[in-house]
Design a protein around this ligand. Structure first.
Ligand SMILES: [Zn+2]
Length: 193
């Protein structure tokens, strides 16, 4: 396991890369250091009409984190069958299906008998791919808006541009690609592949 200090340094390095500050050490960034002194891990404060928190060394909106936390909370009982959800796979299954592991097994068994399993499986794969593309879009948009000298490629590498990038052009190209990804997913789901 990585310790927190290492993770924070790692995050700082990543931020510097995205902001195109590869040559500068974190200590030289007066602005960032000042912020670090003001707010430590776990701090919550208001700034620009938003609540912020430092979590894992990253400043993020508290509401966003709150939503993630709420979604991650596992209810005590399965909403479908009412049994106590404490088995090993219950949490994982609840996140996807909003029911316990046993209920998912039963549902999948039924679908197999009814010959609907393939369709169901495709649906799950397509949804995963869709979520991935949505996350990718969010990530790329954030990276573009943070920087005008570099961007993060699809493989997650930071690519550097001489003289900055045309944000508008890059964003429209990116949206074009994402649109094509989404169409491919839709076609896969509708059996057009
Ligand atoms: Zn259940």
């Amino acid at each position: 396991m990585l310790n927190k200090e290492f993770k924070r340094k790692d995050v700082e390095r990543m931020r510097n890369l995205i902001k195109g500050k590869t040559g500068e050490s974190a200590e030289l960034q007066v602005g960032y250091k000042a912020k670090k002194e003001d707010h430590k891990e776990g701090d919550i404060w208001e700034e620009g009409n938003k609540k912020w928190i430092i979590k894992d060394g990253i400043k993020q909106t508290y509401t966003k984190l709150d939503k993630v936390r709420k979604e991650a909370i596992l209810p005590l009982f399965c909403p479908n069958c009412g049994s106590l959800m404490k088995k090993r796979n219950d949490a994982k299954m609840y996140k996807i299906h909003k029911k316990c592991f046993d209920c998912v097994v039963e549902m999948e068994h039924k679908l197999r008998i009814e010959g609907e399993y393939k369709k169901y499986e495709k649906n799950i794969i397509a949804n995963n791919a869709k979520n991935y593309v949505d996350d990718l879009e969010k990530y790329l948009l954030e990276a573009i808006n943070e920087s005008n000298t570099s961007y993060v490629s699809e493989r997650g590498e930071v690519e550097r541009w001489k003289g900055g990038i045309d944000k508008k052009e890059f964003t429209s190209k990116m949206e074009e690609n994402l649109k094509s990804f989404r169409k491919q997913i839709k076609d896969y789901k509708n059996d057009k592949t």
